[in-house]
Design a binder for this molecule. Structure first.
Ligand SMILES: *[C@@H]1O[C@H](CO)[C@@H](O)[C@H](O)[C@H]1NC(C)=O
Length: 85
Protein backbone atom coordinates (compact mmCIF):
# COMPACT_ATOMS: atom_id res chain seq x y z
CA UNK A 1 0.00 0.00 0.00
CA UNK A 2 1.57 3.29 -1.04
CA UNK A 3 1.86 5.77 1.81
CA UNK A 4 2.45 9.43 0.90
CA UNK A 5 5.19 9.97 3.46
CA UNK A 6 6.10 13.34 1.98
CA UNK A 7 2.66 14.65 3.03
CA UNK A 8 3.34 13.93 6.72
CA UNK A 9 5.67 16.94 7.21
CA UNK A 10 3.12 19.60 6.13
CA UNK A 11 0.38 17.66 7.93
CA UNK A 12 2.45 17.76 11.14
CA UNK A 13 3.21 21.44 10.65
CA UNK A 14 -0.46 22.34 10.13
CA UNK A 15 -1.50 20.25 13.16
CA UNK A 16 1.19 21.73 15.42
CA UNK A 17 0.49 25.33 14.38
CA UNK A 18 -3.29 24.99 14.82
CA UNK A 19 -2.57 23.56 18.28
CA UNK A 20 -0.18 26.40 19.12
CA UNK A 21 -2.68 29.05 17.95
CA UNK A 22 -5.52 27.47 19.94
CA UNK A 23 -3.42 27.16 23.07
CA UNK A 24 -2.23 30.76 22.83
CA UNK A 25 -5.82 31.97 22.33
CA UNK A 26 -6.92 29.93 25.36
CA UNK A 27 -4.10 31.32 27.51
CA UNK A 28 -4.79 34.90 26.34
CA UNK A 29 -8.55 34.67 27.01
CA UNK A 30 -7.99 33.16 30.45
CA UNK A 31 -5.38 35.77 31.34
CA UNK A 32 -7.95 38.51 30.54
CA UNK A 33 -10.53 36.75 32.73
CA UNK A 34 -8.39 36.11 35.82
CA UNK A 35 -7.91 32.41 35.00
CA UNK A 36 -11.63 31.77 34.43
CA UNK A 37 -13.12 30.73 31.10
CA UNK A 38 -14.45 33.72 29.11
CA UNK A 39 -18.16 34.64 29.29
CA UNK A 40 -20.24 34.42 26.12
CA UNK A 41 -23.74 35.73 25.22
CA UNK A 42 -23.73 38.32 28.00
CA UNK A 43 -27.10 40.11 28.32
CA UNK A 44 -27.64 43.61 29.70
CA UNK A 45 -28.37 42.34 33.23
CA UNK A 46 -25.06 40.48 33.30
CA UNK A 47 -23.31 43.57 31.92
CA UNK A 48 -24.77 45.58 34.81
CA UNK A 49 -23.60 42.94 37.30
CA UNK A 50 -20.10 42.98 35.77
CA UNK A 51 -20.11 46.81 36.02
CA UNK A 52 -21.03 46.46 39.69
CA UNK A 53 -18.29 43.85 40.24
CA UNK A 54 -15.82 46.21 38.54
CA UNK A 55 -16.82 49.02 40.92
CA UNK A 56 -16.72 46.72 43.97
CA UNK A 57 -13.47 44.86 43.27
CA UNK A 58 -11.62 46.67 40.49
CA UNK A 59 -12.09 43.87 37.93
CA UNK A 60 -15.25 42.72 36.11
CA UNK A 61 -14.48 39.02 36.73
CA UNK A 62 -13.59 39.35 40.40
CA UNK A 63 -16.30 38.97 43.06
CA UNK A 64 -16.45 39.74 46.74
CA UNK A 65 -18.51 38.58 49.74
CA UNK A 66 -17.62 41.69 51.74
CA UNK A 67 -20.88 43.10 53.21
CA UNK A 68 -19.61 46.69 53.22
CA UNK A 69 -18.99 48.42 49.90
CA UNK A 70 -15.61 50.07 49.42
CA UNK A 71 -15.03 53.81 49.74
CA UNK A 72 -16.51 55.76 46.84
CA UNK A 73 -18.90 52.99 45.68
CA UNK A 74 -21.96 55.26 46.16
CA UNK A 75 -20.69 57.79 43.64
CA UNK A 76 -18.86 55.63 41.08
CA UNK A 77 -21.90 54.44 39.10
CA UNK A 78 -22.82 55.72 35.66
CA UNK A 79 -26.30 56.81 34.61
CA UNK A 80 -26.76 55.67 31.05
CA UNK A 81 -28.87 58.00 28.99
CA UNK A 82 -30.87 57.32 25.87
CA UNK A 83 -29.07 57.61 22.58
CA UNK A 84 -30.34 60.47 20.42
CA UNK A 85 -31.29 59.73 16.83
C1 LIG B 1 -7.97 25.89 28.05
O1 LIG B 1 -7.17 25.68 29.18
C2 LIG B 1 -7.84 25.12 30.29
C3 LIG B 1 -6.88 24.98 31.45
O2 LIG B 1 -5.77 25.78 31.32
C4 LIG B 1 -8.43 23.77 29.92
O3 LIG B 1 -9.16 23.26 31.01
C5 LIG B 1 -9.35 23.94 28.74
O4 LIG B 1 -9.82 22.67 28.31
C6 LIG B 1 -8.61 24.60 27.59
N1 LIG B 1 -9.55 24.84 26.52
C7 LIG B 1 -9.28 24.43 25.29
C8 LIG B 1 -10.35 24.76 24.28
O5 LIG B 1 -8.24 23.86 25.00
Amino acid sequence: MPVPWEALIPFGLVTALFGAAGTLLNVSKRAQNQGKPPRYHIDSWEEMMMDRDQRLTGHARKQTSEPVAPEGFETSSVWYTEKTQ
